[in-house]
Design a protein around this ligand. Sequence first.
Ligand code: RIB
Length: 305
Amino acid sequence: MSKPILVVGSLNMDLVVSVPRHPRPGETLLGGAFHTFPGGKGANQSVAAARLGAPVRMIGRVGTDKFGDTLLATLQADGVDTRFVQQDAQAASGVALITVSADGQNTIVVAAGANGRLSTADVQAAEDAFADAVVVVLQLEIPLPAVEAAARLGRKHGAAVVLNPAPAQPLSAELLALADYLVPNQSELELLSGEPDLERGIRALLERGLRNLVVTLGERGARWVSAAGSVEVPAFAVRAVDTVAAGDAFVGAFAAALAEGRPVQDALLRGNAAGALAVTRAGAQPSLPARVELDDFLRERGIKI
Ligand code: RIB
């Protein structure tokens, strides 16, 4: 039985074009099909955890426009509590311009819109949302002061704070110290540590006092490193058609597993499985697996759930 998860983060409408390859600067390229999908790292991670059975609530901001209405409606359809997502008449909803190439790789440019107006005061005014949350999940598509306020409130209320430092940017020592789990991918780890080498980057972050580092390694899987040791859980081999939101699938499933009281190694395994399933399908939220799919995927591979 899962306890509540709170996600504080972004909601975007994803405007996606498939391309034969990614364009070079100054180049106009003829793309293929165009789709809109609900996205945003915060909303994706909310949906990822909710589809796996966790009670999820979200703090965020969208515009009073059509995209905002749709983003709220799709979260609600997945059972996410949106009482703490405000509709802001002063800004448009966030959008992400995405290209997906034939090999499933993507480029993403985000116009933050209303996400960029989520303030420390908004987060503090929603303190009730923290009260019984056992996991607080954060990313970096909202202003850093709001992320820091949420991390502080998460710690104050005794939740495990999971910080996904995406998109990557330098972070204060204070924010790193507030995170119970920092979950970067390799390029985010490189930016945060200043070390291109994975092992040196991990060591550098641990030396800065991080308690738990979970590095997602793409096709290699994920590694959990803490002062007590290190565990690497290999990825599942699948044919990728669209890697958008694979990291969000991992983070949402990781958080859902923690909220069920599962050990970290199990959380990594379930994160890898959710990420693998997500890359086999197009779109951000449409690609995120349901509980039954994830459990079947693991069972089919002889893994006890
Ligand atoms: O992580 C994928 C997400 O990044 C997309 O859904 C897009 O909205 C951007 O936030």
